[in-house]
Design a protein. Structure first.
Length: 66
């Protein structure tokens, strides 16, 4: 193989890696957008309050175990 062919093969490998990284970053971006959209959803906020603060809805009974 000549030097140019070796360099071309190396650059093709780098291109494949960059394309894979681009796909991963696009997927991550889509996840962030979905998460951001869900933060505006009242049901999602209610679930967060229940989970993080231990709140319960009106008419429900909170039970805790020690």
């Amino acid at each position: 193989m000549s030097e140019k062919q070796k360099e071309l093969a190396m650059l093709k490998g780098i291109l494949v890696e960059l394309e894979d990284k681009k796909i991963q970053e696009q997927e991550h971006n889509e996840e962030l957008l979905a998460h951001r959209a869900s933060r505006e959803d009242p049901e999602y906020i209610k679930l967060l309050l229940m989970k993080n603060l231990g709140l319960v809805s009106e008419g429900q009974v909170k039970v805790s175990f020690q």
